[in-house]
Ligand binder design. Structure first.
Ligand code: UT7
Length: 323
């Protein structure tokens, strides 16, 4: 018998305010046409004034608990993947814990930028497989609107706010690739690329700062590294591309998503795409896409799903799981 970290429930939350590309046309030298064709983004959600990352995360957490038929008392550990926490400390995770009325267990944040949710899944898997926790909630939640430079057209049109939450619980498997749950994990980072995507401020420097990105360079790394990490998890789990039901990629750019699917030899019919509606929500993008994919009746129990992401660090990785 093998212990597997299996999906018990999923949910998401998007702030009410929807901002179409056209809204940027009045403020910047940009166009709906440029944003659509270069990134695939049509609209994004922005948090209201005063609405914080832990607000979005708590809403997503409640949706995931409802989906799983569980209460906060059933959760042993809570991980929030975010680069935009409410405060320097305490962690966004402990704030969510308090707001859920969860007085047991432990909660902490993970910071791996756009790869944060994949890092969070890997950590939750380790906690469950080692027996340290039975049920772990992993939330990706961001308010990137707070770190955008509204005068930089090459970045501010690309990002959005939102949150998604996934509950994993210990279940039994037969140590085969037919098991439900996480079957393979692959994580990487390479700090030599820090200048490609970063925020030019922070607690021990001087200010909150703004997001800066060498888009073209990040793009180049993305297609190559995402295809490689997706291939690695397939090899680790002895899965062929034909067996994969869904690729749920980080939603940064439709051209990266298309390019990665092509490299893997997978048709876009097997890819969940939400970038047109959400923009790039960093650590929230994968759980948002998983939740939308499930609610649209695409991702179903027993499906083989690969999630993959890359972002600031650079940090990247993939997780292969049977839903
Ligand atoms: O989530 C973390 C991972 N992040 C990513 O994966 C993002 C990766 N990068 C990208 O998605 C793309 O590189 C971008 C969407 C950021 C940019 O697309 P691109 O095809 O690489 O465009 P570019 O940066 O080469 O810019 C092409 C032109 C430039 O003008 P010139 O120099 O050719 O005259 C830019 O100044 O487009 C210009 N440009 C814009 N024009 C209108 C840049 N931003 C805009 C804009 N509106 N918003």
């Amino acid at each position: 018998m093998t212990i597997r970290a299996q999906v018990a429930g999923i949910g998401h939350y998007l702030p009410e305010r929807v901002v179409p590309n056209a809204e940027f046309e009045t403020k910047l030298d940009t166009s709906d046409e440029w944003i659509r064709t270069r990134s695939g983004i049509e609209r994004r959600h922005f948090a209201a004034e005063g609405q914080t990352t832990s607000d979005l995360a708590t809403r997503a957490a409640n949706a995931a608990l409802a989906d799983a038929g569980l209460t906060a008392a059933d959760i042993d550990a809570l991980i929030v993947a975010t680069s935009t926490p409410d405060l320097t400390f305490p962690s966004a995770a402990t704030m969510v814990q308090a707001r859920l009325g969860m007085n047991q267990g432990f909660a902490f944040d993970i910071q791996a930028v756009c790869a944060g949710f994949v890092y969070g899944l890997s950590t939750a898997n380790a906690l469950i497989v080692s027996g340290q926790a039975r049920r772990v909630m992993v939330i990706g939640a961001e308010t990137f609107s707070r770190i955008l430079d509204w005068n930089d057209r090459s970045t501010c049109v690309l990002f959005g706010d939102g949150a998604g939450a996934l509950i994993l619980e210990a279940g039994e498997g037969g140590n085969t690739k037919s098991d439900r749950g996480i079957l393979a994990v692959d994580l990487h980072s390479d700090g030599q690329f820090r200048d490609l995507l970063y925020v030019d401020g922070g607690v021990s420097t001087n200010s909150i700062g703004h997001l800066r990105m060498e888009g073209k360079e990040v793009f180049r790394h993305a297609v190559e590294k995402l295809a490689a990490t997706a291939r690695t998890v397939m090899e680790k789990a002895d899965i062929t591309p034909e067996e994969v039901d869904w690729i749920v990629p980080h939603q940064a750019n439709i051209r990266i998503i298309n390019g990665t699917a092509k490299k893997l030899g997978l048709s876009m019919d097997h890819v969940i795409v939400t970038v047109q509606d959400h923009g790039n929500t960093s650590a929230a993008s994968i759980p948002l896409a998983l939740s939308v994919g499930k609610s649209e009746g695409k991702i179903a129990k027993g499906d083989l799903v690969i999630t993959e992401a890359i972002g600031g660090g650079l940090a990247w990785g993939a997780v292969l799981l049977r839903w």
